[in-house]
Design a protein. Structure first.
Length: 259
């Protein structure tokens, strides 16, 4: 019976179990030995290198894919992927559905995070980063349909988070981006909220562009606070239910953003 191992018969295993092989490949990616876009060695080569069977290597590759390190393309191979904005968002969407996260919960969290982000963008953002905020604002102002309005609204707030120059803040916003997108769909499909809230994007940008941290912080606070005044009973209803009444499924938002 043919062996599943490609290493020489009798060769001792360098990495005797699946977790050890996965850990070794993970470290190669984290250290930059394998960079974004690099193709991993073939399954046969990895079997030879680590003295393990092909089923073990396939499980290792699946594990790396689940952790977000690689993308597997049948017939082409496995490639190191870049960190995605939604990497942390997916588990938070599931958590929100299971725990009944409400719009009030999200507004409270966004206020804590984004008001300071706006102030930091004003005081620390580079000219290039602030220009990206301007470009995002102009794209939003040019949008007309609901999906485009929500996507560009999200892009504006992401640009502000990135303009802080703090990758942790950018990642924190990225972790809730799918839920924020759902909240924006709720707001932008409500004429009262749209008319009251949308002009604040310009004011936020102007505060950042003037490098007036207090003005940027205050404008962001007012922009986010409007939901507390205008959402009515939706404010304390699980977001999943709020969106479902409008024909929007939270579970599909991440796929919509990726499309």
């Amino acid at each position: 019976m043919a062996s599943d191992f490609t290493a020489k018969a009798g060769a001792p295993p360098l990495y005797p179990n699946q977790d050890a092989v996965l850990g070794r490949l993970e470290r190669r990616i984290l250290s930059g030995t394998l960079k974004v876009g690099d193709r991993l060695p073939s399954e046969r080569s990895l079997c030879t290198e680590y003295h393990v069977s092909r089923p073990v290597i396939r499980e290792v590759l699946r594990g790396l894919q689940e952790r977000g390190y690689i993308e597997i393309h049948p017939g082409r191979g496995s490639f190191v992927r870049a960190v995605g904005a939604s990497d942390l968002a997916r588990p938070l969407v599931r958590m929100a559905q299971r725990t009944g996260v409400t719009p009030r919960d999200l507004v409270t969290a966004r206020t804590m995070l984004e008001c300071e982000a706006a102030a930091m963008a004003a005081s620390r953002g580079s000219d290039e980063q602030i220009d990206l905020v301007r470009q995002a604002l102009e794209a939003h102002q040019a949008a007309r349909d609901l999906t485009s309005l929500a996507r560009t609204d999200l892009a504006f707030h992401e640009a502000v988070a990135h303009a802080t120059g703090n990758p942790v803040i950018a990642v924190m916003f990225g972790s809730i981006r799918t839920l924020v997108y759902g909240l924006m769909l709720r707001s932008l499909s409500d004429r009262a909220v749209l008319e009251a809230g949308d002009p604040w994007h310009q004011t936020i940008y102007e505060g950042i562009a003037r490098r007036d941290a207090e003005a940027a912080r205050a404008a962001m606070a007012e922009h986010l606070r409007l939901a507390l005044d205008l959402y009515g009973e939706d404010l304390d209803t699980p977001l999943d239910d709020v969106l479902a009444r409008r024909g929007i499924q939270v579970a599909r938002l991440d796929d919509e953003l990726a499309g």
